[in-house]
Ligand binder design. Structure first.
Ligand code: PRP
Ligand code: URA
Length: 209
């Protein structure tokens, strides 16, 4: 596995992932688990964020501290990336959120872009693409293509479950993009679903399907 691919070994991630997969988990609990796992993965994926020194006043004295010195952009792929981005904003409220609308054509499995309001110039140092599922990799590759054309230099992908096929495709197309995941499953089925996976991540979050 490439050094750029990180699969969390954290016990809490593993515990919550099993609950997320289960068919007995209803949308309210499913959304809660997506949020919690996204926060844990975000924590792991941002160990290398640049810091700047900062002095604050406590009730007793002044204290030397730090603040995040990078402008972090969060790029949720609609719709399923929304739950992850809402969770991440809670722990880093300074993130800039730029939504990208992509869906997979059911016949061809090719990504179709339907929403992109990125400003003319990149206003961020690190782009974090968030989408729970990395299946064929087509959507993630298309999102990274868009961000690179936009001028984004440092990009990471944060997902919950991947198929080996998707990891391979994204790593080959964009070897400079670090991939952070909770799990890599066994394979894609003939309909392009990750097995064992969790089904359709958008439908399970939003009670559709
Ligand atoms: C899902 C998922 C990814 C994409 C992954 O979205 O959230 O965006 O499929 O598949 P890929 O790696 O083969 O491209 P979907 O197209 O179902 O759209 P939705 O989130 O609006 O339901
Ligand atoms: N999108 C999903 O939501 N689930 C999969 O298994 C594959 C793509």
């Amino acid at each position: 596995m490439s050094e750029a691919v990180h699969v969390s070994a954290h016990p809490l991630v593993r515990h919550k992932l099993a609950l997320l997969r289960s068919t007995t988990t209803e949308p309210k609990k499913f959304r809660e688990l997506v949020r919690e796992i996204a926060q844990l993965l975000f924590y792991e994926a941002t160990q290398d964020l640049a810091l700047a020194p900062l002095t604050v006043q406590t009730p007793l004295a002044s204290a030397e501290g730090h603040e995040v010195a990078e402008r972090v952009g969060l790029i949720p792929i609609l719709r399923a990336g929304l739950g992850m981005s809402e969770a991440i904003i809670e722990i880093l409220p300074t993130v800039h959120v730029w939504h990208l609308g992509l869906y997979r054509d059911h016949e061809t499995l090719q990504p179709v872009t339907y929403y992109n309001k990125l400003p003319n110039q990149p206003d961020i140092d690190l782009s974090l693409v968030v989408d729970p599922m990395l299946a064929t990799g087509g959507s993630a590759i298309a999102a990274v293509d868009i961000l690179k054309r936009w001028g984004s230099k440092r990009i990471k992908f944060l997902g919950l479950i991947a198929a080996p096929e998707g990891v391979q495709a994204l790593s080959t197309a964009h070897p400079d993009v670090a991939i952070h995941l909770a799990a890599i499953d066994t394979h894609l089925n003939e309909l392009g679903y990750i097995v064992p996976g969790l089904g359709d991540a958008g439908d399970r979050q939003f009670g559709t399907g």
